[in-house]
Write a protein that binds this ligand. Structure first.
Ligand code: ADP
Ligand code: MG
Length: 696
């Protein structure tokens, strides 16, 4: 057995390495700025850079790279070697404070949504000292933020860091009001649970749709799916277990707190959950997790699919964003404690989140909008596109009593016995779980469950942090003026819950009745990405982000444009892939098989005149009809793609892709899947769902 303690974080330039290698005052200065969220003193950069370089070289690194998260949603790195020539024709290994703090990648090849055209191609990466540097693939990776020449954010990290400052500023006002004098910083903590699929690499290589789009554009359902519920938490197959084991080790080396691994609901689907940490680190770690999942799978002859909906008719993959607020002294704002009805900081935070979610349903919806996630949300497997919140019986009744102005007796936690003497009694939780709610209170945190599996968690947390910061600021304005603080807090809680009650829903979020009920309550139902993005630039949203210095009008406009662009490009690639698959594989396969049937029928007839040819003729007819349908629809798809591409306005182009191109693709799929069910397996050009999902 390996000693995990020995290799946990061994590839990370973490506190213990820094304490060993940096002069004490420099280490302390760095630690204090990170802990309190203050700008680091530039004069220490050279010393830190040198220590980092020495350590990285010992770890086998030859290069360094600013590691950043452009608007592609994945990470980017540009490697520079440490070498510098000397006068006598040799080299030395160099890395300066300047190189640590600032990098200048060419910004022109990253999505910028107009920032590039408006300004310049020049972009900067800037060191984020709050996330540790690490060695990966012989390269010292330095987590950085990425901005344009004008200082506009061109990445996912910058607004996240700004939103952390925003919520810290406002939460500190609340903290002060509650007399918690020793608190210096309030942090957001996040634990993202990550779902994914594993498929055999040899089968994957036979499917252009998986290679080019990450999802199957064709494929009929196998006879067995997930209906037996035998995969969820089932015994992990040896090949998958070996993959998980290696993945855990690789993640632990990078200091990622990978904790829980299990099989998910769908066949071939799995989940990994880390232990929660500060949100920017959680975001960095989730990116590393996704990268390492892909890399490690390949070593085991597997491919990791992170797409939200790799298989039609089978549950897709999401990401659960567990979110809470904690002081540097360890107080979790969302921890109810033994007597929640008297825990005013908890209740105030709870209603702040309720108000924020109700008032900014559109922002949360936008933060999870993508072409991939459109296949999941509202598909009876993931939360609907409507945002609502689940609190559980106990909290709901506390809030109802406060709203009514009556005293609430906190429920005692019930001791449970299982009925067999040998089993110790267990305590029952005060709330049951609700799996269908998009935004659920789960004990001491909120769990936002609408994120797509492939998404960066930054977007959703930028929204959450900023929205809650705004409500805290409003509450603080009022409470700072209050004469009787406690009475005013109770009044705020009571008023807020009355005003925002409509967002709370404890029933079945997957049901059709809920959609009707939500409409009655006036809740937003933004069904698609295209519908959602348009809300980003609404004046109240621009005002909100500008008020807290998280994103300005230009940055928001660029982000909306990038979202539309990403959407169009995704569907464009999918459509081209489908056209290619149909024209060069599917149609020829159906034709070949039909021809085979014709020959078979003719042969049979030549042997026995008048023999029954029902099988051959029926199949020939059905397949010819399907082939003709597929042919016509594919020609229409070619035209629809051309038409969509010609639309100059990005939002209208996205709409054309959504309403016309996707619609045709779905119809082609329907016909092709019907054909797959009729064609001899040996003639069909691709491995089917049966093999993809069950052959590991
Ligand atoms: P489940 O969603 O299956 O109930 P858990 O209760 O184990 O799973 O928690 C899920 C995730 O929530 C884990 O990543 C865990 O680290 C994270 N989590 C727990 N407490 C907090 C917290 N205070 N802040 C943020 N995340 C948290
Ligand atoms: Mg969960």
């Amino acid at each position: 057995m390996k000693d995990i303690n020995k290799f946990f974080g061994c590839n990370v330039f973490n506190d213990s390495v820094m304490a060993e290698r940096l002069p004490e005052e420099i280490f302390n200065s760095l630690k204090t700025s990170v802990k309190e969220g203050k700008t680091i003193d530039r004069s220490i950069a050279d010393t830190v850079a040198n220590a980092m370089k020495e350590w990285a070289i010992e770890m086998g690194a030859t290069h360094f790279s600013h590691w950043f998260q452009p608007m592609t949603g994945i990470t980017a790195e540009k490697h520079d070697s440490f070498i510098a020539p000397t006068d006598d024709g040799h080299i030395i290994m160099e890395f300066s404070g300047k190189e640590l703090i600032k990098g200048e990648p060419d910004a022109s090849s990253f999505p910028s949504g107009g920032l590039r055209a408006t300004f310049e191609a020049r972009g900067y990466t800037a060191w984020d000292p709050s996330s540790f540097a690490f060695v990966k693939d012989h390269t010292l990776c330095i987590p950085t933020a990425f901005c344009s020449y004008t200082g506009h954010a061109m990445d996912k990290k910058t607004p996240l860091l700004r939103s952390m400052d925003a919520i810290n500023t406002q939460a500190m006002r609340i903290v002060k009001l509650f007399g918690l004098e020793d608190v210096k910083r309030v942090n957001v903590t996040v634990g993202p649970e990550q779902e994914y699929f594993l498929v055999d690499k040899k089968l994957y290589d036979l499917r252009p749709d998986l290679i080019f789009t990450g999802r199957t554009l064709l494929g009929t359902k196998p006879p067995k799916g997930q209906e037996m519920s035998d995969h969820y938490f089932g015994v992990i197959k040896p090949r998958v277990a070996a993959f998980m084991h290696e993945l855990d080790e690789e993640l632990w080396k990078l200091g990622v707190l990978a904790k829980t691994e299990h099989n998910e609901a769908a066949p071939a689907q799995h989940e990994l959950a880390p232990i929660f940490t500060t949100v920017n680190i959680a975001a960095d770690h989730n990116q590393l997790t996704m990268e390492l999942m892909k890399k490690t799978a390949l070593k085991h002859g597997l491919v990791c699919l992170l797409h939200e909906k790799p298989f039609h008719g089978v549950n897709g993959s999401g990401k659960h964003n567990n979110w809470s607020i904690t002081t540097d002294t360890g107080i979790n704002f969302l921890s109810p404690g033994k007597n929640p009805s008297d825990n005013l900081l908890f209740l105030l935070t709870l209603v702040a989140v309720i108000k924020a979610v109700d008032e900014h349903q559109d922002l949360l919806r936008i933060s999870v909008a993508s072409a991939g996630n459109d296949h999941r949300l509202g598909g009876h497997e993931a939360p609907p596109a409507i945002i609502s919140m689940f609190l559980g019986d106990e909290l709901t009744s506390i809030l109802q009593d406060i709203a009514k102005g009556v005293h609430h007796d906190d429920a005692k936690r019930i001791k449970m016995t299982v009925g067999a003497q040998v089993i110790p009694y267990i305590r029952r939780d005060n709330t049951d779980r609700n799996r269908t709610s998009p935004f659920a209170f789960t004990g001491n945190k909120f769990e936002f469950r609408m994120l797509g599996s492939e998404a960066s968690i930054s977007d959703s947390n930028v929204m959450l942090n900023t929205m809650v910061a705004d409500v805290f600021s409003e509450f603080a304005d009022r409470l700072e003026k209050a004469e009787d603080f406690e009475a005013e807090v109770r009044a705020v809680i009571s008023e807020t819950i009355k005003q925002h009650e409509r967002i709370i829903f404890d029933g079945d979020g997957y049901s059709d009745e809920w959609c009707r009920e939500a409409a009655k309550r006036g809740l937003l139902n933004l069904r698609s990405t295209v519908e959602a993005i348009g809300h980003l630039n609404k004046s109240e949203n621009v005002a909100l982000f500008e008020r807290h210095g998280v994103l300005d009008r230009i940055e928001l406009q660029c982000r909306a444009d990038i979202a539309y662009e990403n959407y169009c490009k995704t569907i464009h690639i999918e459509a081209l892939t489908l056209i290619d698959m149909i024209r060069r594989d599917v149609t020829p396969a159906i034709t070949r098989y039909t021809d085979k049937l014709c020959i078979a029928a003719a042969n049979k007839k030549s042997v026995i005149e008048g023999i029954d040819l029902t099988v051959e003729t029926t199949l020939i007819k059905q397949l010819s009809e399907l082939n003709a349908q597929i042919f016509t629809l594919t020609n229409r798809l070619v035209d629809a793609v051309k038409k969509a591409e010609a639309i100059a306005h990005i939002d209208r182009r996205a709409d054309a892709y959504h309403s016309e191109v996707l619609w045709l693709m779905e119809n082609i799929r329907h016909a092709a899947d019907s054909a797959e069910e009729l064609v001899d397996r040996n003639y069909w050009p691709y491995p089917g769902y049966d093999k993809l999902l069950f052959n590991i």
